[in-house]
Structure formats: C-alpha cells, structure tokens
Design a protein around this ligand. Structure first.
Ligand code: NAD
Length: 477
C-alpha cells in the first residue's frame, strides 16, 4: 500500500536569524577583517546569513583574549566555580534546545528529528557531564593543571555536538578556547556564543572565529596556542600534525573512518537491518563512524539484502525541517560532488548499484540512500570514505575472514558486530582495530564513554574520563 504524508514542518519562527554575523572575541561580537562569506541552507540553497571571516590579526586577537582570560580568571577560579558556569550553559542549551535544533537543521541539512532528539540532548549532556568533573580533577589520573589556550577546529557534520565535545572538557579542566567552526555550518556556534554571554561566562574564556581552511591554519600556527584539537578529514589532520611537529603544542586528532558493520548468520535480522540503516543513513551518512561497509555472512546475504531494500524503500528523503523526514540534505555542493564521483566509480568498478525509487527536491543538494552489492576489497568504494548515504556490501564465510576484511582499511574508528553469541562478540570485538565496537546496536553515544580512533582515524579520545587527558598537563596528548 502507498502511504502519503502531509508535510509536518517545524516552524522557523523561533529563530532570530540575523543578516550578518561577526566574530565572538573577548565576550563581544566584533567585525572581522577578512572577506565575509555566505552560509546557505543546503536543502533550498537559500542564503541564511553573511558571516565574518577571521583574518590572521583576528585570530591573534582571539588567542590573546583567551590567554588573558586563562591567566587572570579561568585557571585561578576554583573548579567548583567553573562547574557552575558549565552547568548554567548546559541548562540554557536545554532551555533553548528548539532554537538550536531548528538552526542546526537549517544550516546543516540534517533532519530535525535528529538535531532535536539526538544532537542537542547529547550536547547538553556533555556540558552536564564535564561540569561534574570540574571540581574532581584530582581523581582524573591526569593531574589538575590545564594546558592553557586550546585552538579547536571542527567539521560540519555535527556542528554543535563537535563544539560540545571540544569546549566542555577544555573548560572543565581550566583551559580557555578559540574555536573555529566549519565554513558551511557556522551559525549554531555563533548562537552558542550568545549562550556564553547569557551565562555570564567571563570574557575571553570562549572565542569563536569563523572562516575556512586559512583561518584554521592561522589558529594552528599561532605561537601562543598550547593545544590543537582537530576533528575533520584525515588529509587535513595530517597537515595539522606536520604543522605542529617540532613545537611544544599538544595535539589530538579525530579523523575519518570506514567502519565495518559485521552481521553473522545467527543475528536477529530485523534488528540488524535497523542497525544497518541507522549506521549508514543517519545524518545522510555524514558520520565519521558510519557503518559504511556492511560485511554480511554469505548464508544470509540474500535474505538480509531483501529486507534491507524493503526497509530502504520506506525512508523519507526531503525537507530537513519536516518532522517525518529520515534523510535530509547533503551539506554542500562540494560534498554532493564527492559522493557522486565515488558512487560513479563504484559502478565503473563493477559493483551493483541500487537505490529505492524516491523523488528528490529540485533545489538543494540531495542524494538517495544507495547500496552497492558485489563489492570487493580492492574497490575504491570499499576503501575510501564516501561520507554520504552510500553503503558498500561485502560478504564473508567465517569469523576470521570477517575480522580480516574489517581490519583491511587504513582507518580504525568504529565497528559493529551482530550475533546472538556473546562469545563471538568478544572474540571478534577484541580483534578489531577500532576505537569503538558496538554489539547488536550502532551509533550509541554517551558523554561518559570515550570515543576516538586507531591508525588513520586519529589519536586521542573524547568523552569520559579519558577525554580529560587531552586538556590536562598530566594527560597523554
Ligand atoms: P575538513 O578536514 O575538510 O575540515 C574540518 C575543519 O578543518 C573545517 O573547520 C575546515 O575549515 C578546517 N580546515 C580545513 N583545512 C584546514 C587546514 N589546512 N588547517 C586547519 N584547519 C583546516 O573535514 P570536513 O569535510 O569538514 O569533515 C568531514 C571529515 O571529518 C570526515 O573525514 C569525517 O570522518 C571527519 N570527522 C571525524 C570525527 C571523529 O570524531 N573522528 C567526527 C566528525 C567528522
């Protein structure tokens, strides 16, 4: 039976969208000295606002403000006082959660049900969690001395969530920060700056500089930054590692991934299908830990793929602000181009391509949920991060073959294992070179749980007690 749904759009009226946005330095919004750039809604290509670009001098002003705030106020404040600010920020995030979710979906293209029910609640939870650590650092295992000024650079796929992962532990440990959001999704970071003002956070503790790669480079190269924390692509991560080599700067890198989602023949198939869909189509597959390689045991491949195709046929692609949307817009024209190119290569390499019939909107950037079957390990779609709603399906016969195939990647961020046998979960999980392994579930996040990669997926952990290590002198990185 064919269902038709009436549109159920979330209202934008809660937003106070400004025509232009400045930089947030020393507690104030100020003009930038670079060339302003436009940020658009990827679902409609509507220009949302013009945003300041931070020049080298602006980055310098932000770092100097952060240094002053660190020396004079933040590092001297008892942890119990810092905690009060973090708790206050967490509560304001909850109070303004609808505004944050609508703005995130508008600027990023992700479905409102994800920004509303996943991203923003985890953002608030992160601030609550690290607020709790601020006066207990002596139990962290990494000492209590902050590093100083942290330069933090984040990508566009989870703009607010990545901001929270960076800012909450840094502040809890007594550091001050200069954060650069991605150029396609700067708006929620600037709304967060307003929240810092609302929380009366001392000026200079959080500074937000907007711009593209050049602004990021200026931040990384700044001589008075003690710590560089980066989340983004492996290529840029390597460039940053080279830029800080030979300096005293500490660095953590959260980079790309190509996770294997391994389904054994005794797995609960319907549950596994939900996990596969969540693993690759959540956030349009713009997820570093996306389960982008499905490894399915040969004996159940046909049955599982039939069920997966049926389930994919029910996914609703469209307006990110519609509460019934499952798959939103691709974040940018450049990202769409990359997804198209790699998918075309998949076809040329001989893999079988399939998408459910779905009408894509005419304006904006869209790509249908897609699977490739008959993929081999040599195919580029099995090796490279596509970072879109595209799943590569491979098969295996034995647990050893599954482990060998799962580890046959330069990345090592995450993996999934689906089986009824606890012993098989332990056998496989302990042999996978991945920072996170989910069993009979996927994409589960909690602030208490460390997250990070092996190999080319980066170094360092975010979340949990381990996440403090990145911002204290006694830490590892
Ligand atoms: P990107 O590397 O192109 O950009 C990330 C950020 O770095 C942006 O803010 C960008 O402006 C900035 N930047 C670009 N060039 C720079 C330079 N030379 N010096 C300093 N900063 C620079 O990545 P992206 O396309 O925005 O994000 C997607 C990537 O992020 C994917 O590879 C994804 O896997 C990864 N990611 C990883 C995690 C994780 O926790 N491991 C989480 C989310 C995303």
């Amino acid at each position: 039976m064919d269902f038709t749904y009436a549109p159920a759009p979330e209202s934008r009226s809660i937003l106070d969208l400004k025509a232009t946005y400045g930089l947030f330095i020393d507690g104030e919004f100020v003009d930038g000295h670079g060339t302003p750039f436009k940020t658009i809604s990827p679902a409609t290509e509507e220009v949302l606002a013009e945003v300041a670009e931070a020049s080298d001098a602006d980055v310098d002003a932000a770092v100097r403000a952060a240094r002053r705030a660190h020396t004079r106020v933040w590092s001297r404040m008892p942890g119990s006082e810092r905690a009060k600010y973090l708790y206050r920020i967490a509560r304001i995030i909850q109070e303004r959660s609808r505004e944050l979710a609508v703005l995130e979906s508008l600027d990023n293209g992700k479905p409102i049900k994800e920004s509303r029910d996943v991203d923003v609640p985890i953002v608030a939870a992160h601030f609550f969690y690290y607020a709790g650590w601020a006066d207990k650092l002596e139990h962290s295992g990494y000492g209590t001395t902050p590093l100083g000024v942290a330069g933090q650079i984040i990508p566009w796929n989870f703009p607010l969530l990545m901001l929270a992962w960076k800012i909450a532990p840094a502040l809890a440990c007594g550091n001050t920060v200069v954060l650069k959001p991605a150029e396609t999704t700067p708006l929620t970071a600037l709304l967060f700056a307003e929240i810092c003002q609302q929380a009366d956070l001392p000026p200079g503790v959080v500074n937000i500089v907007t711009g593209a790669g050049a602004t990021g480079q200026a931040l990384v190269a700044h001589g008075d930054v003690d710590k560089v924390a980066f989340t983004g692509s492996t290529a840029v991560g390597k460039a940053i590692a080279r830029a800080v080599a030979g300096t005293s700067k500490k660095v953590t890198l959260e980079l790309g991934g190509k996770a294997a989602n391994i389904v054994f023949d005794d797995a609960p198939i319907d549950q596994a299908v939900e996990g596969i869909v969540n693993g690759i189509f959540f956030n349009q597959g713009h997820v570093c830990c996306a389960g982008s390689r499905l490894l399915v045991q040969e004996s159940i491949a046909e049955e599982l793929l039939a069920k997966l195709r049926t389930r994919m046929g029910t996914l609703r692609v469209g307006d990110p602000l519609d509460k019934n949307t499952d798959v939103g817009a691709i974040n940018s024209a450049e990202q769409l181009q990359r997804i198209r190119e790699l998918s075309d290569i998949g076809e040329q390499e001989g893999a079988g391509r399939w998408s459910p019939p779905c009408d894509l909107p005419e304006r904006g950037f869209w790509f249908p949920p897609t699977i490739f079957t008959g993929v081999t390990q040599a195919h580029r779609i099995a090796r490279e991060e596509i970072f879109g709603p595209v799943l590569s399906v491979l098969t295996f016969r034995t647990p050893s073959e599954a482990i060998e195939k799962a580890n046959n990647t330069p990345y090592g961020l995450s993996a999934g294992v689906w089986t009824e046998k606890g012993s098989l979960i332990l056998h496989v999980a302990s042999r996978l070179q991945a920072g996170v392994v989910w069993a009979n579930t996927f994409n589960k996040f909690d602030p208490t749980s460390p997250f990070g990669g092996y190999k080319e997926s980066g170094q360092g952990r975010e979340g949990g007690r381990h996440g403090l290590s990145a911002y204290l002198k006694g830490g590892d990185l």
